[in-house]
Design a protein around this ligand. Structure first.
Ligand code: SAM
Ligand code: SF4
Ligand code: SF4
Length: 364
């Protein structure tokens, strides 16, 4: 294992969370930059059946990689309890992620528990490999939508990028099954890496745009980010979103459209001829920290207030120390009040070299 990588177990060194007594245990909370806490991403497993070269390269996540033992994962009961506390603080959307969330055994039971929380949007991000089998049971359990990651439509490029020789056809079958089960509108995430899959941008846009009278899927082109420390990220591998929009628009003209809600991270572009829309997520070239309302719960129950954090906060410790919902709610409120993160606005050679937490552990 490369010594620049933070192994998941290092997160045991997550900072203890202060319990400030009688602070507000419920109600909306704003951080030091005036941003409210609205979206919670929960990584429910650090394991994955893919080894995407930009996320879990085999050189680091090899056979001997120390994934978390079971008792260090949050249980479904713990996740559902903490989700309710977050919702009481104004979180209105939860996304399950990972690693590959569909690898977590009995995930349907967790979804049932979360779906019982009122006024909550419940979604999941997956590599799609198990969707053909699981879409129906996920929908029946109460999942509302899925986002599927897919980096190319040509089999050769896709197999190379997932690095486990997984065929693209099975992911496409999964997307079709998700649509048939009612898990739409489906978003398709493509991480764009210069020299690796830039040739796949146009085919992806063409394939998923809507035919007349049909609903297309929304492809979101994501700038390759310096998350974690294992992927050897370099700035010249990033294709700025502006370039992606220009390339697509030259063939299929696009118009900019406003966000669906405040703080939406994808900038939206609509095909002028009515073929639906795409999104671009430009964390590197156009930081969106000023509207960032996201909080992340890592696989072991550490809490992160930024995707690029170097340190988490030990929420699992509070849960397992017998603290009441009120105490935990007050602690979370105080933690968010103190948040000042704006990594993408400050990205530099120095920040890129920091030992940051891995994407598969904190979720996308
Ligand atoms: N395994 C699931 C999947 O791939 O959809 C969920 C977890 S994955 C970490 C979540 C998202 O993060 C995926 O869409 C993935 O493409 C994206 N991602 C991972 N590493 C990235 C990087 N370095 N830059 C940009 N996006 C990345
Ligand atoms: Fe697995 Fe998702 Fe990371 Fe790919 S991006 S290695 S599918 S967690
Ligand atoms: Fe939010 Fe951190 Fe990303 Fe900025 S860098 S948008 S604060 S997660």
């Amino acid at each position: 294992m490369n010594d620049r990588v933070i192994p998941v177990r290092d997160a045991r060194r997550a900072a203890p969370i202060r319990t400030p007594g009688l602070g507000a245990a419920v109600g909306p909370v704003a951080d030091r930059r005036g941003r409210q806490m609205r979206d919670l991403r929960i990584s429910i497993t650090d394991r994955c059946n893919f080894r995407c070269t930009y996320c879990m390269p085999k050189t680091v996540f090899g056979r001997d990689y120390p994934f978390l033992p079971r008792d260090e994962l949050l249980s479904f009961e713990e996740i559902a309890r903490i989700a309710r506390i977050f919702v009481a603080h104004g979180v209105s959307k939860i996304r399950l992620t990972g690693g590959e969330p569909l690898l977590r055994r009995n995930i349907e039971r967790l979804i049932e528990m979360l779906a019982a929380i009122p006024d909550l949007e419940l979604t999941l991000t997956t590599n799609g490999s198990l969707l053909a089998r699981k879409s129906r049971s996920l929908r029946d359990a109460g999942l509302q939508r899925v986002t599927v990651s897919l980096d190319a439509l040509d089999d050769l490029t896709f197999r190379k990028m997932n690095d486990v020789d997984f065929p693209v056809a099975q992911v496409l079958d999964g997307i079709a099954a998700a649509e048939a089960a009612g898990l739409g509108p489906i978003k398709v995430n493509m991480v764009v890496k210069r020299g690796t899959n830039d040739h796949a941008i146009l085919p992806m846009a063409r394939h998923f745009r809507a035919a007349p009278t049909q609903r297309g899927h929304i492809v979101r082109f994501i700038e390759y980010m310096d998350v974690g420390s294992s992927n050897g990220w370099k700035l010249d591998q990033v294709i700025p979103s502006a370039e992606v929009v220009e390339l697509i628009s030259a063939e299929m003209p696009l118009d900019a459209v406003g966000p669906n809600y405040p703080g939406e991270v994808a900038a939206r572009w609509r095909y002028r001829d009515g073929g639906g829309e795409i999104g671009v997520i430009s964390s590197v070239t156009q930081a969106f920290c000023s509207g960032c309302t996201r909080v992340r719960l890592a696989t072991d129950g550490s809490l992160y207030t930024c995707l690029f954090a170097t340190k988490g906060h030990d929420l699992r410790g509070l849960l397992r120390a017998g603290r009441s919902d009120q105490e935990i709610g007050a602690a979370l409120g105080a933690l968010w009040n103190d948040r000042n993160d704006n990594y993408s606005e400050q990205r530099s050679a120095e920040t890129t070299a920091l030992r940051k937490i891995e994407m598969s552990y904190i979720g996308g």
